[in-house]
Design a protein around this ligand. Structure first.
Ligand code: UD1
Length: 372
């Protein structure tokens, strides 16, 4: 049995780590393919180091480009890998362009795909990730979901329930394993921050940062909040470019906002663990803060992760300046949501996935081998 697992962008690295460990523990041969969608040390290399992920067996070196060109480049390169390696299965995680491109390439060669983090829906087709999620789910043979709302979405789309497996959240597997190490770091101290007395901000969604009005509204609300609470802001390259392009640097200069380079996994977890408040448009951070019991304000109009609102600490506040400031003030005054446990977010999702895959591959082995 031979499996290829695929990564490309920052959140993929966090999700693949426990899966690689679970495959290894069960003696299943796995080749790690990195498409190179993210390539800077700060966006990729540091995650391999922090999470002890082995060096990729194959690096496709595609880099940044438009959606069509990036997806196409990954497909061309990945097709050559599949024809050479002939795996029995491809594992694709998350919702980035690499996820879609590799799943599509595999299924066209009749190689089954397992999609980890299946079934999430924002119902917003302007998000590139929503398109990636829908297409990847439609063509995958095994759909591993993190929460019951995802099962419901897939059922409504007519997916056979025999393909859907509620296994929990692999990102939380990684968080649970990394927390002791991250907790001991002094990242917040090195930045001159006090435990429990700062806000942590991340922003990178094109619908927020590629739009002059929304980016201006968000940065000006952040400036206002920073009058009461110091804010640390690791800036994604896309956001950095647009702050410059829209000439918004003035909001960040001479303020209580500490702009820093993108962070590795452990430093980011350290800053999340000890924050008073988190403001973000990231999907993963909504989940991480929900488990860490840190209040999270999501600066978007929707979320594909409603479980973090229903059971976690997440509040979807949108992008209106006054609404963001009011929501932050409520948290500063001590009003906080009570979190509840989320089923299967227990650190064992990857083990469940690999056990199911072992069964799937054994029962389909002859059929899959004949095809390849
Ligand atoms: C991608 C994912 C998004 C994910 C995010 C995590 C898609 C469609 N989007 O968005 O779902 O939440 O990653 O970070 O797949 N850049 C660098 N160095 C790098 C990588 C990118 O400087 O190592 C710059 C490039 O200028 C590039 C821009 O960042 O044009 C955006 O990168 P891209 O991978 O296209 O999308 P993200 O916004 O990072």
């Amino acid at each position: 049995m031979k499996i290829i697992s695929v990564v490309g962008a920052r959140p993929n690295f966090v999700k693949i780590m426990p899966i690689i460990q679970a495959l290894k523990a069960r003696g299943i041969q796995n080749l790690l393919v990195h498409t190179g969608q993210h390539y800077d040390y700060a966006m990729a290399g540091v995650f391999f180091k922090d999470l002890n992920i082995p060096r990729p067996d194959i690096y496709l070196n595609v880099g940044s480009d438009t959606h069509a060109r990036q997806t196409a480049k990954i497909m061309v390169e990945f097709e050559a890998v599949l024809l050479r390696v002939k795996p029995n299965l491809v594992i694709a995680v998350g919702d980035v362009n690499s996820t879609l491109a590799c799943a599509l390439t595999a299924v066209k060669l009749h190689i089954p795909v397992a999609h980890v983090e299946a079934g999430l829906r924002s119902f917003d087709m302007k998000m590139p990730e929503e398109i990636n999620r829908i297409v990847t789910d439609r063509i995958s043979s095994c759909l591993f979901t993190p929460s019951s709302d995802a099962n419901e979405n897939l059922r409504k789309e007519g997916v056979a329930s025999s393909k859907i497996f509620l296994v929990g959240n692999v990102m939380i597997d990684t968080l649970i394993r990394s927390k002791p190490k991250a907790g001991k770091l002094k990242t917040y101290k090195a930045l001159g921050l006090v435990k429990g007395n700062y806000a942590f901000l991340t922003l990178h969604r094109p619908e927020n940062v590629d739009d002059r009005k929304y980016l201006t509204d968000i940065v000006s609300s952040i400036k206002e909040i920073s009058r009461f609470l110091p804010i640390v802001f690791p800036i994604h390259p896309r956001t950095k470019k647009n702050i410059k392009k829209f000439r918004l640097q003035g909001y960040l200069k001479n303020s209580n906002i500490r702009c820093i380079e993108p962070l590795g996994y452990l430093d980011c977890l350290n800053l999340l663990m000890y924050a008073k408040l988190v403001l973000t448009d990231s999907g993963g951070i909504q989940e991480e803060t929900s488990v860490l019991d840190i209040p999270c304000l999501t600066l978007r109009e929707n979320t594909e992760r409603p479980i973090t609102v229903a059971k976690g600490t997440n509040i979807v506040v949108g992008r209106d300046k006054e609404t963001i400031i009011k929501a932050a003030n409520r948290i500063l005054k001590g009003t906080q949501k009570q979190k509840k446990d989320i089923a299967f977010w227990d650190g064992h999702a990857a083990g469940r996935i690999v056990d199911i895959l072992k069964n799937f591959l054994t029962s389909n082995f002859e059929r899959i081998s004949l095809r390849s």
